[in-house]
Structure formats: C-alpha cells, structure tokens
Design a binder for this molecule. Structure first.
Ligand code: FAD
Length: 520
C-alpha cells in the first residue's frame, strides 16, 4: 500500500469513480470495502490518518450492547449481536471472545442481571458465544481476585467480543486495496462539485502533505465523516441544520496488576446512570467511559478533569487497590457522532442506531451507529448509493468477506498476532536484518521492524501514525511512547529519504500531542 502510487492512479483517472467515500473511520472504510468488493470503482479520501477520529478511541468492544437492552432498543441489540458474530468470523486475528463479570453488591443484582443476560444470550442466536451464568462470591473472586470484596455477593458472567479498533481500521484500508479500490489518507475534501442540475458529481480534495489540490469526479459521493458530518452537509447546503451532537467518552489505561486475570468488569449502572467497563487489553487494563456533551467537533479531544476523577473514583470502588493519577499510563478521549433526537434527551440516552440520509443533490450521508455495526451500515449505504449513482445492482458480499490479515489461529502470547497473516512479512524483515528485531522500548513489546512495515505496507506517514494507530504505544503507555519517538522518526526518515529537519519536526509535534495523554 503505497500512497504515491495511489495518488498517481487518482491523477491518471480520467473517468468518473463509481463511488467516492469521504472519511476513513470505521464507517467510511466499511463503505469502501463493501463498494469495492461489489466491483465498483471506489476511492476513499481521509483528511488525516485512517481511524484518527473516533474509530481509534473506542472501548474496544465488539458487542451487542447490554445497555441498549436495558434501554429497550432490542432491534439494535439483535443487529449488533449478529454483526459481532460476523466480525469474529471475518477477522479472527483481531477479534477475540471476552468474558465479563457484572459484580453483585445488592441481593437483587444477581437475579436481575442474570435474567437480562439470558435474554442477551438468546438474542445472539446461532452466532452466540458462551452462555452467561450466575457465579457465587468465591467463583467471582477467583476470576477477578482484585475485585473489591467488601459487600460482594457474587456476580454474573457473560461473553462479548473485543478487538483492536485502529488495527482493524488499517486492515479494512488494506482490504479496500485488495478488492481493487483506493484508500487515501491525508487527503481532505474541501468542496463538493455539482453539475448544472445541482447534482453532486465529485469533490475537490487537498493533499495535506504536499498541499496539491485535486478535482475528482464520481457518480455518487458518500459522506462518512463521523463528528464532521455537518461540515460536508453544509458544503452541500449551507442552510441545512446540524444533525450531529458530539458526546465525549474518556478512558484511562492502567497496568495489568490492577486486574491481572482475563475477565473484564462491567458495571451496568453507576449512580449517575452510566455504564463502566474495566477491560484487559494488550497486557494493560482500560477503564471507562464517560458521556459528556461537547459543542464542537475536534480530531484531538481532551479529557476533562471531572471525567478523569469520575473514572478514578469508580475504579476505586470496584478494585482492591485504588488507582491514583500517577498510575495512569495513558488517558484518551473520543467523540461519539450521535444523531440529534427531536426531543432533548441526555446524550447517554440517544440511540446508537445508524442514520442514513440522501440530500436533494444526491449526497449520501451515513452516520451514528457503532464500530460493531460498521458492516451493516456499509451494506445499507451502498444499497442506497447504487440507486443514486444509477449503477448496475450487485449484491453485498461482505457477510463472508475475510478482512486483510485473516488468520484463524494465532499465538496471542506474541504481540505480532495483531498482524494476522502479515506477521510472516514482519518476521522476514527481521530475518533479513536482525537489527529490526530489537525492541523500541523496554516497557512495550514493539520492535523496529513494525515501523518499517507500517511505512512500506500500511501507509503510515508520520510518527503519530506509527505510535498511535499501527502500534498502540500512545494508548498503552504515553510516556514510553514519547521516549520511542527519536528512534521511530529516524527509521521512518530512512524509509522516506528525509533528513534531520523532518525528524526534529516529527519529534516536536508528537511530543506536543502526547501531552494530552499523560496525566501530570
Ligand atoms: P470517525 O472514526 O471519526 O471517522 C470519520 C473520519 O472522517 C475521520 O477520520 C475524519 O478525519 C474524516 N473526515 C472528516 N472530514 C473530512 C474531510 N473533509 N475530508 C476527508 N476526511 C474527513 N463502538 C463499538 O462498537 N464498541 C465500542 O466499544 C465502542 N466504544 C466507544 C467508546 C467511545 C468513547 C466512543 C466515543 C465511541 C465508541 N464506539 C464504540 C462507537 C464507535 O467508535 C463509533 O461509532 C465509530 O468509530 C464512528 O466511526 P466513524 O467512521 O463514523 O467516525
């Protein structure tokens, strides 16, 4: 996957693209995979890096959403549980089964949540994982020895999926390419092109690395820009009202010793009505999240002090050892692109179903939804886009389409498992040059070959692309990631043929960015 080659292909393309997708998060990438795999000539344009937005900042769950069941959104739960099953089937190298315990501190918790989770199991049907069951106090403590024992009566264990969101997004970009489409990062759509009848038939896009502008024609343009959805809608019609309400969710990352086992904790309702997770991930524990309405979309949202305090206070309630700010390895925030309801609901109560709309000019907008439902969102969108573009109908193929890197069995004790079948390629780099087998930091598993791989095969353009979304160093240990920067920048500069100035500027920019992930 080489960006320069893709740009050359875009410049040489004189005909209309069948489908142009704006946005390279889970939604846009899913749409591009769907369209390309149906055989449509597909181009995806992402203004920053793939998954730079919300799609790298999730709780990392592939789930039906126990909470939506509580809210009575049964159809969303059924859809998401089915998609959970398909994600596990189509990307087993990145999605794993995850056990969760709902701890019971009140007498009614066990029977109440036990019954609810039986319904959850049943709704999953054939694609279900293991069955949920009630646990005694001893069984609960055995599975999560660091759970707060005072007042604990037992728990309910249930199963969902878990994944690496940014790596999944990179693999989706590679799948777009495998299926004959072109995914381009650092290419920002600055305007829509319309024909004399006012119908959208392309975009103006700026290469954010070279500054060069491109005019690109397409039969249909799909707006999959998440929290930036309204910006594109306003390019189409400046008088349109906003449809997106951003809701911020924050996570903190702790060392594994706070929760050493494999089982996660799920608190279905904190006293202010939120759901809280503590989930093992890449040898650390992620704890979150919050639900704070935010007025303006931004690619780098920053955790609020009260959000950090909320999470630490609750972690303290459920864990034996109380984590303090000093224990936080990283804090990251993401903005949910929620579709504003007609009534003024709290953001936590707004439905997570997706929203598909077509404007009078033929601009197709897809937003809302969940990472878990990205494939179904894409299927619905492309079905609609085919009609707008007047393309010959080809049915969706993604239900059984293997995602790039597909590998049924992988050795999870080797951190390179997230590359799936591409792991062999990384191993070959090390065989050819043992220097590339060296670790980049003593506290994180990443090796130098991954940087080379990210540049050569995963379109990484900056140090941030490597440390945040090709590896997950920024999220796992923000301070350690800063210490890795000079080495990563030097390897990348070697690959790109860049000099000292580029290295210095990358070091400066990354160090500045990482400050928001480090708690003082
Ligand atoms: P984004 O990922 O934000 O992608 C939109 C992209 O469009 C961005 O990359 C942006 O740069 C690009 N863009 C914008 N404007 C332009 C332009 N002019 N030109 C080119 N590109 C442009 N879901 C789950 O299923 N499981 C979970 O555990 C989960 N946890 C979550 C936790 C939190 C805290 C949050 C916030 C969300 C969570 N979600 C979860 C929901 C899920 O992450 C989102 O629904 C999903 O990532 C949204 O993807 P998206 O592609 O619509 O948006």
């Amino acid at each position: 996957m080489q960006r320069e080659n893709f740009i050359q292909q875009v410049e040489e393309q004189n005909e209309f693209w069948d489908v142009i997708v704006i946005g390279g998060g889970s939604t846009g990438l899913g749409v591009a995979v769907d369209a390309a795999s149906r055989g449509y000539h597909t181009l995806l344009l992402e203004m920053h890096d793939f998954a730079k937005g919300t799609s790298s900042r999730s709780t990392k769950l592939v789930h039906g959403g126990v909470r939506y069941l509580q809210q009575g959104d049964v159809s969303l739960v059924i859809e998401a549980l089915r998609e959970r099953g398909l994600m596990i089937q189509n990307a087993p190298h990145l999605v794993n089964h995850q056990s969760f315990i709902v701890p019971s501190y009140e007498w009614w918790n066990g029977p109440f949540y036990g019954a609810g989770l039986k319904v959850y199991d049943a709704l999953a049907g054939k694609l279900g994982i293991n069955k949920s069951r009630n646990l005694s106090r001893e069984e609960t403590m055995e599975k999560i020895p660091t759970l707060e024992p005072e007042g604990l009566r037992g728990g309910v264990i249930y199963y969902d999926g878990q994944f690496d969101d940014a790596r999944f997004a990179i693999n989706l970009a590679q799948t777009v390419m495998d299926e004959g489409g072109i995914p381009l990062n650092y290419m920002k759509v600055t305007a829509l092109i319309k024909n004399n009848s006012g119908f959208v038939e392309g975009v103006e896009a700026r290469d954010m690395i070279t500054g060069k502008d491109h005019t690109i024609n397409g039969r249909v343009v799909i707006n999959a820009t998440g929290i930036f959805t309204d910006n594109i809608i306003h390019m189409d019609d400046p008088d349109q009202g906003d449809i997106i309400q951003c809701a911020q969710g924050v996570h903190i990352v702790l060392d594994k010793e706070f929760m050493p086992g494999d089982t996660a904790i799920m608190v279905p309702e904190t006293e202010d009505g939120r759901v809280l997770f503590a989930v093992p991930w890449h040898n650390k524990v992620i704890v979150g999240t919050t639900d704070t309405p935010i007025d303006k979309p931004t690619l780098e949202p920053v955790a609020l002090e009260e959000e950090i305090d909320f999470i630490l206070d609750h972690a303290e309630k459920y864990l034996i050892r109380n984590p303090t700010r000093k224990d936080v390895k990283s804090v990251f925030a993401g903005l949910r692109p929620l579709v504003r309801p007609d009534d003024s609901k709290k953001t936590s109560q707004i439905s997570r179903s997706h929203h598909l709309q077509v404007s009078e000019s033929g601009l197709v907008t897809i937003t809302g939804g969940k990472w878990t439902t990205y494939r179904k969102m894409a299927e619905d969108t492309v079905d609609q886009a085919i009609m707008i573009a007047g393309l010959e109908m080809v049915h969706c193929k993604t239900q059984e389409l293997r995602i790039h890197g597909w590998l049924k069995y992988s050795d999870r004790s080797d951190h390179l498992y997230t590359y799936g079948s591409d792991k062999v390629g990384i191993k070959k780099l090390v065989e050819a040059d043992p220097f590339l087998g060296e670790k980049l930091h003593k506290d994180l598993p990443y090796i130098k070959a991954e940087v080379v791989w990210a540049v050569r095969h995963e379109m990484a353009q900056t140090v941030e692309d490597v440390l945040s979304r090709r590896t997950r160093a920024l999220l796992l240990d923000a301070k350690a990631s800063v210490e890795m920067v000079p080495e990563v920048a030097a390897i990348m500069a070697g690959e790109f043929g860049r000099g000292k100035d580029w290295i210095n500027s990358e070091v400066r920019e990354y160090t500045q960015l990482a400050k928001n992930y480090i708690l003082s």
